[in-house]
Design a protein around this ligand. Structure first.
Ligand code: NAP
Length: 282
């Protein structure tokens, strides 16, 4: 698709939004692809969500990414949902189509899986049991992605058991819910460990976990990327595990949004990753 006579517009809607690293990433791609346009952080209060979405196409936006607190709330205002958004019950990306309709999809699971494969090309979801900690929005994408990749057994550990049970019943029988008290025991024989709670994120307490029962060849990932190295990632690194943080999940869902909006799949380069890492570290 050629965009020579058009000022391209896209953005991310959330509230608050100024912490988001998405504008840095998407504006980097606009520049690298020699496109004229801007990707904007759009602070949309919940009571203005419908009006903001209805205004996207008239204002010339190709679409937006969606973050907290709008991932579920936006659904009633969309005309069509992708299978991934339907299954996860959440939208991470909206395309404002030329015919005026709004299409919602969810690229978080794709970003999560692509990041794991980039960290370890031999990684397989069906290599053995997987422990996923947390049952919020991030975990929903993680579990959906793992099941799509062929995971046979996901041990889902969450403080709020009811929430975990609701996630398991909506996504599949591969998910077995375990109480928070069995976190350490859940690691026995596990080949992939995922932290999808907010524990370890800047401003939050660290995740308290004992990795002694984890196989040395297990891959350990934290979907948090602020900080870049959580206590979990540090502890796993010290034991010699292959580790990866959540920055790759953010980076790898971006190209899918671009394909929808602009018909181009930009590249996740080392230069882009370094740019975001520098911004997070500072
Ligand atoms: P969320 O929907 O609010 O879920 C938070 C999760 O953390 C829940 O499972 C919650 O357990 C758990 N939790 C919070 N405080 C806890 C505590 N003190 N003890 C035990 N469990 C606790 O949040 P989310 O959207 O899933 O985000 C979670 C993290 O993932 C955030 O740091 C977010 O930035 C990150 N994330 C990253 C990406 C990425 O692209 N890399 C994408 C999405 C999210 P309860 O259910 O018991 O409350």
């Amino acid at each position: 698709m050629k965009h020579t006579d058009q000022f391209l517009l896209a953005g991310v809607i959330g509230f608050p939004i100024m912490h988001s690293r998405s504008p840095m990433m998407h504006n980097y791609w606009l520049e690298k692809n020699h496109l004229v346009g801007r990707y904007l952080p759009l602070a949309i209060r919940p009571e203005h969500l419908e009006g903001a979405l209805r205004g996207l196409r008239p204002l010339g936006f190709s679409g937006v990414n969606v973050t907290i607190p709008h991932k579920q709330a936006c659904i009633p205002f969309l005309d069509e949902l992708s299978p991934s958004a339907l299954a996860m019950g959440a939208v991470s990306c909206i395309h404002a189509r030329d015919d005026g309709s709004l299409y919602g999809t969810n690229n978080d699971a794709f970003g999560f899986i692509r990041n794991l494969k980039a960290s370890n090309p031999h990684w397989r979801a069906d290599a053995g049991p997987i422990t996923v900690i947390g049952a919020g929005g991030g975990s929903r994408a993680v579990c959906y992605g793992l099941i799509q990749e062929g995971a046979q057994e996901i041990r889902l550990v969450n403080r709020n058991m009811e929430k975990a049970q609701a996630l398991a019943s909506s996504l599949g029988p591969q998910i077995k819910v375990l109480p928070w008290g069995q976190l350490n025991e859940s690691l026995s024989g596990v080949k992939t460990l995922v932290n999808a709670t907010s524990l370890g994120m800047v401003g939050q307490p660290p995740l308290q976990i004992d990795l002694s029962d984890l196989d040395r060849d297990a891959l350990v990932t934290d979907i948090i990327y602020i900080p870049l190295e959580t206590e979990l990632i540090k502890a796993a690194k010290a034991r010699g595990h292959v580790v990866t943080n959540g920055l790759g999940m953010l980076l790898h869902q971006g190209p899918l949004a671009w394909k929808l909006w602009f018909g181009i799949e930009p590249e996740v380069t080392d230069e882009l990753r370094a740019l975001l890492e520098k911004s997070i570290e500072s």
